[in-house]
Design a protein around this ligand. Sequence first.
Ligand code: APR
Length: 305
Amino acid sequence: MKISIIGAGNVGAMLAERILAKNLADVVLVDIVADLAKAKAYDLMDAAPIMGYKNRIRGTEDYKETEGSDIIVITAGLPRRPVMSRDDLIEKNKKIVGHILENTAGFSANAIFVIVTNPLDLLTWFAHKRTKCGRKKIIGMAGNLDTARFKTLLSEELSVPYDLIETFVLGSHGDTMVPLVSRTTVDGKPLTGVLDEKHIKEIVERTKKRGGEIVSLLKSGSAYFSPSAACYEILEAIINDMRKVIPSSCVLEGEYGISDCALGVPAQIGAGGILRILEWELPKDELDSLKNSAKAVKDMLKKCN
Ligand code: APR
């Protein structure tokens, strides 16, 4: 299997390392900056004899080398800086993603696209509009990252290992995301039975701002260890046909009463991409929040045409 990663920055390079470390696939790393991808690929290859990587990695500026990719991951674009929201990146990152879609189009007719560049839901929708591969092959990474963040914060608050926590975060990868408290259990018990409302609200709010918290602490750039891990989970599910339910940004055509945008929903992912979108019955307040999140994404889509 062949995965092309476009953007050899923090997320792209870390993702390449994760793929090689798990012997998941061959990697082509592409960046617009001359020699950057090549340098990182050489550096990663030099680690192979020590780490035991079995696959190959190549770094290049030439899209021809992406030919025949099974998956194309787009991580190219500007990351956030402090006081920026993800939506502030739209104009520049839309141009970058558009350029990449044009350049990869002729080389990998059957590729599945995984979008990582922010603002994630908008660019997932944009990629759907710009490609002809159909919505099953366009996956936006973020719901599993937001879920992992919610889990981490709950695990800290409750001093419970995170593998005893079941939860999902849906909605947009932004301030209107929807941590599903109704579906959150801790060691099999409903979250509402082990934590009071005030604390739950605080953790939900902190989850929404977790990416921004990291951006403020880093001062330049944004998170990349957890985004690359979340992206890896999607790639592994596709390549190993795991049919795993992963909250991901998907193009919606009426699911949850929402259409004409991409939004985080539970998606079963396997070979071929999105196998199906699960439509869970949600309590009214969570369904309303999900619709509100869709509205925020659509308002933003309107603003940027
Ligand atoms: N083609 C290929 N690569 C490009 C292009 C392009 N047109 N434009 C920019 N790049 C490359 C940059 O040269 C840089 O190496 O994309 C890379 C981005 O890397 P970083 O600046 O380190 O950003 P990173 O932290 O990896 O985040 C990338 O993922 O999580 C999101 O919000 C984040 O949108 C951002 C993206």
